[in-house]
Design a protein around this ligand. Structure first.
Ligand SMILES: CC(C)(COP(=O)(O)OP(=O)(O)OC[C@H]1O[C@@H](n2cnc3c(N)ncnc32)[C@H](O)[C@@H]1OP(=O)(O)O)[C@@H](O)C(=O)NCCC(=O)NCCSC(=O)C[C@H](O)C(=O)O
Ligand SMILES: [Mg+2]
Length: 291
């Protein structure tokens, strides 16, 4: 379940530079659950103002259907941040469909307050990518306007001066801390990007690790990464089958006045049924998307 008790999938969350008209158009037909329309690091300084206008137009005119539309603005400590927020507050009033505003490099809860005042009524998401943000993850997650968190593992690696490892050992303290914070406050949390976008095997390893940890999905930078993320973060056929059998066995146990059932040699209690129902709800939500 996500923040609002729904099972909206966030298996694949694709970044698209706000300046790239071809990619903005292409995304209307891509099998991603959500799109981060980026005005920050994917957009060159000379393109910042132009990208804002291109993106506002796309979000008014293009049909992104069920995909969640998340706009990543520039930080308020840059010359573009305030104008990005003003432009999108106006675009939303004029009919642009925006599901959330994503704020980069959130380090404190007060970073969210500053944005919340400038764009009332729109859910906020936070990029978790600074060392201070890791230390303040719980208070950031507790913000009432916050709906989701996105790991920014490139910026985090830069701050930590860590090196890439396939097992992501240097990232684990930050990933785990943010995951705990998001889950404690019922927020969505998606994993960071895998930069080597032609390396399918490496991406699969990272997606499986993120799924095992409990992330809702993975941020992606190229359409070629969608299929692997969608598969990794969807309930597998075996998980669906087990969930169905657990629910049936537990129903039978309850009818017999018992609080515990046994399936495949393992105990099933009420808490496992909560998980089983979540798995089935997510599978249904994905089936409804048709991809
Ligand atoms: C990585 C890329 C620069 C590669 O671009 P390109 O060489 O053009 O790729 P292809 O020729 O293979 O593209 C094939 C077609 O796919 C479309 N395309 C490419 N990327 C996207 C995309 N992201 N979304 C939608 N469509 C896309 C191309 O237009 C081609 O279409 P067609 O003309 O029909 O053939 C490029 O993929 C790219 O720019 N990716 C996004 C990079 C990005 O957003 N970076 C910022 C986010 S990462 C980050 O900042 C995370 C965080 O903050 C942190 O700190 O970690
Ligand atoms: Mg970043």
């Amino acid at each position: 379940m996500t923040a609002h008790g729904t099972s909206r999938p966030y298996r694949s969350v694709l970044y698209i530079p706000g300046s790239k008209e071809r990619a903005l158009e292409k995304a209307t037909g891509l099998a991603c659950d959500a799109i981060i329309f980026d005005l920050e690091d994917a957009v060159a300084v000379d393109e910042k103002v132009n990208a804002r206008a291109i993106l506002a137009k796309a979000l008014k005119e293009a049909d992104y259907a069920a995909r969640a539309r998340i706009v990543r603005v520039n930080g308020l400590d840059t010359e573009w941040g305030r104008d990005d927020l003003r432009a999108f507050a106006a675009a939303i009033r004029e009919g642009a469909k925006v599901d959330a505003i994503l704020i980069p490099k959130v380090s404190r809860k007060s970073d969210l307050d500053a944005v919340a005042d400038l764009i009332p009524g729109v859910p906020l998401w936070a990029m978790m990518e600074t060392a201070l943000g890791m230390l303040n993850a719980a208070e950031i997650a507790s913000h009432p306007r916050l709906e989701g968190m996105v790991m920014g593992t490139n910026d985090l690696a830069k701050e930590l001066q860590s090196r890439f490892r396939a097992d992501r050992l240097p990232m684990m303290a930050g990933l785990g801390t943010c995951l705990l914070a998001a889950k404690a406050f019922g927020k969505i949390i998606v994993d960071g990007v895998y930069n080597a976008f032609k390396d399918e095997d490496g991406l699969k390893v990272e997606c499986d690790q993120g799924r095992d940890m409990g992330f809702d999905g993975k941020t992606l930078i190229h359409p070629a990464q969608l299929e692997i993320a969608n598969a990794a973060f969807a309930p597998s056929a075996a998980e669906i089958d087990l969930a169905q059998r657990q629910i049936a066995a537990f129903d039978e146990a309850e009818k017999a006045g018992l609080g515990v059932a046994v399936v495949d040699g393992k105990i099933v209690e009420n808490l496992h049924i909560v998980t089983a129902r979540q798995i089935l709800a997510k599978a249904e939500a994905i089936a409804a998307l048709g991809n």
